[in-house]
Design a protein around this ligand. Structure first.
Ligand code: ASP
Ligand code: MG
Length: 404
C-alpha cells in the first residue's frame, strides 16, 4: 500500500528522533508498503531563520524570506533520506519544486495551484522512499514560495490527494484531537473521529493541532486525515466526513484562545456605509476581525466592539486613528486582557438549551460574559483572559466530555 506520512518539527527535532523515524519507516517498507514522507523543519528552525533575517533587515524582501525559510525543510528532508539509506532503505529527498508542488506568487502565504506527482511516482517505481520538503513550492516565475506557517500539513494532504491514497497520516507531538487542551483539562479525552467542519471550527477557535488549510483541502477532496503521535504506536484522531454517523447534535469539544484583543469604538455615527469604512482598511491590511458586536443605537450613535489577533493590535490602532478622525468617532480603546472560550459541535447552535446551559455554567462559576458569537456549529464567549482556564474546565465538566 502507498502511505503518505507527515512528520512535524518536534517529531524531527533531533538527530535521534530522525533516526528513530527512519527505523520505523524501514519496517513499513519491509512489510511491502511504498512511502512518501513529508517533513517539517527541525524544531524551531523556521523561527530561527526568521530571526536571522530580522537581524539583517526589518523588512526583508518576501522573496528572499521564502528562499531562506524553505531551507529548513530541505535540511530535515536530506537528513531523513540519509537516515533511511543508513538503515538500508533506498531513499531520495525532493524539494517542493522537485516534488511538483506548484503555487501562486504570494510569498509567505502561497496557495497550491496544482501538483504534478510524476517525479515522485518515478522514484517510487525505483523502490525508493520519497522524502518531500514540506511548506514549499514553486510559482510560475520559478521562485521558491512558502505556504504559510504550519504549511507542511497542507503539503502532505495535497500529495495524498494527488497520489490517490485513502488517508494522509500526520504525525505530531500530540496523540490526536482532544475534547479540550489536555494541558488545561486533566481528563480531556482523545476523539476517535471528528468531522472536517468541527475540526476547522476547533482550530479557528484556538485548538492548534493542524494547519487549517490542510483540513479545508481534505474536506474539499474528501481525503481522510489521521492526526497521531510520532512517539507512540496508537491510533490517533481521524478527520473525515461523519455527518451521517453522528445524527445527534452534541458538544464535541471546548476550544479557547488568549492571544486576542478587543477593540471598542465609542460614539460612532449610525448610518449606512460606516461599518464598511471602519472595517475596510483593516481587511485591506490583512487583519482578521473575528467577533463583532454593535450596540443598539441611541440618538443616532452607537458603539462597536470587535476582536482581532493580539499581534495585529498596533497596526489596527494606527489604521483606526485615521478612521476616528474622518468619521468623528469619540474614542478608540483596546483591551488586551480578553480571551475566548467556545463550545463546538455540529448542530449545536440550532439545538435548544445548549446556549442557555453554556451561559448558566459560566454564570455559576462567576465568569462574566463580555461578548457572544455563534455560528452553525459553535457558540463562543469573550471573557476576561484570567478566567479562560477555569471556563474551559467548567464547560468540559458541565457538558460531560471527560474521560470517566
Ligand atoms: N516549518 C514551517 C513552520 O514552522 C512549516 C511547518 O512546520 O509546517 O511554520
Ligand atoms: Mg488576550
Amino acid at each position: 500500500m502507498l502511505l503518505v506520512h507527515k512528520y512535524g518539527g518536534s517529531s524531527v527535532g533531533t538527530i535521534e528522533r530522525i533516526k528513530n523515524i527512519a527505523k520505523k519507516l524501514a519496517r513499513l517498507k519491509e512489510e511491502g508498503n511504498d512511502l512518501v514522507v513529508v517533513v517539517s523543519a527541525m524544531g524551531d528552525t523556521t523561527d530561527e531563520l526568521i530571526d536571522l533575517a530580522k537581524k539583517i533587515s526589518n523588512r526583508p524582501s518576501p522573496r528572499e524570506l521564502d528562499a531562506l525559510m524553505s531551507t529548513g525543510e530541505q535540511i530535515s528532508g536530506a537528513l531523513m533520506a540519509m537516515a533511511l539509506e543508513d538503515v538500508g532503505v533506498p531513499a531520495v529527498s525532493l524539494t517542493g519544486w522537485q516534488a511538483g508542488i506548484y503555487t501562486d506568487e504570494n510569498a509567505g502565504r502561497a496557495r497550491i495551484r496544482s501538483v504534478d506527482p510524476s517525479r515522485i511516482k518515478e522514484e517510487l517505481k525505483k523502490g525508493k522512499v520519497v522524502v518531500v520538503a514540506g511548506f514549499q513550492g514553486i510559482c510560475d516565475q520559478n521562485d521558491i514560495t512558502t505556504l504559510g506557517r504550519g504549511g507542511s500539513d497542507t503539503t502532505a494532504v495535497a500529495l495524498g490527494i494527488a497520489l490517490g491514497v485513502e488517508k494522509t497520516e500526520i504525525f505530531t507531538d500530540v496523540k490526536g484531537v482532544y475534547t479540550a487542551d489536555p494541558r488545561i483539562v486533566k481528563n480531556a479525552k482523545k476523539l476517535d473521529v471528528i468531522s472536517y467542519e468541527e475540526m476547522l471550527e476547533l482550530a479557528s477557535q484556538g485548538a492548534r493541532v493542524m494547519h487549517n488549510r490542510a483540513v479545508e483541502l481534505g474536506w474539499i477532496y474528501n481525503m481522510k486525515i489521521e492526526v497521531k503521535s510520532s512517539f507512540e504506536d496508537e491510533p490517533g484522531t481521524i478527520i473525515q466526513e461523519v455527518s451521517e454517523m453522528e445524527p445527534v447534535s452534541r458538544v464535541r469539544g471546548i476550544a479557547h484562545k488568549k492571544d486576542i484583543a478587543k477593540i471598542t469604538l465609542k460614539h460612532v455615527l449610525d448610518k449606512p456605509g460606516i461599518a464598511h469604512r471602519i472595517f475596510k482598511p483593516l481587511g485591506d491590511a490583512g487583519i482578521n476581525v473575528d467577533d463583532i458586536i454593535q450596540n443598539a443605537s441611541e440618538s443616532g450613535y452607537t458603539d462597536i466592539s470587535f476582536t482581532i489577533p493580539i499581534d495585529d493590535v498596533d497596526k489596527a490602532l494606527e489604521l483606526l486613528e485615521n478612521v476616528k478622525r474622518e468619521l468623528d468617532i469619540r474614542e478608540v480603546s483596546c483591551n488586551k486582557k480578553v480571551g475566548k472560550v467556545s463550545i463546538v459541535g455540529v448542530g449545536i447552535q440550532s439545538t435548544p438549551g445548549i446556549a442557555a446551559k453554556m451561559f448558566g455554567l459560566l454564570g455559576e462559576a462567576g465568569i462574566n460574559i463580555d461578548m457572544i458569537s455563534t455560528s452553525e456549529i459553535k457558540i463562543g464567549c469573550i471573557i476576561n483572559e484570567d478566567d479562560v482556564e477555569k471556563a474551559v474546565n467548567v464547560l468540559h465538566d458541565g457538558f460531560g466530555l471527560g474521560e470517566e
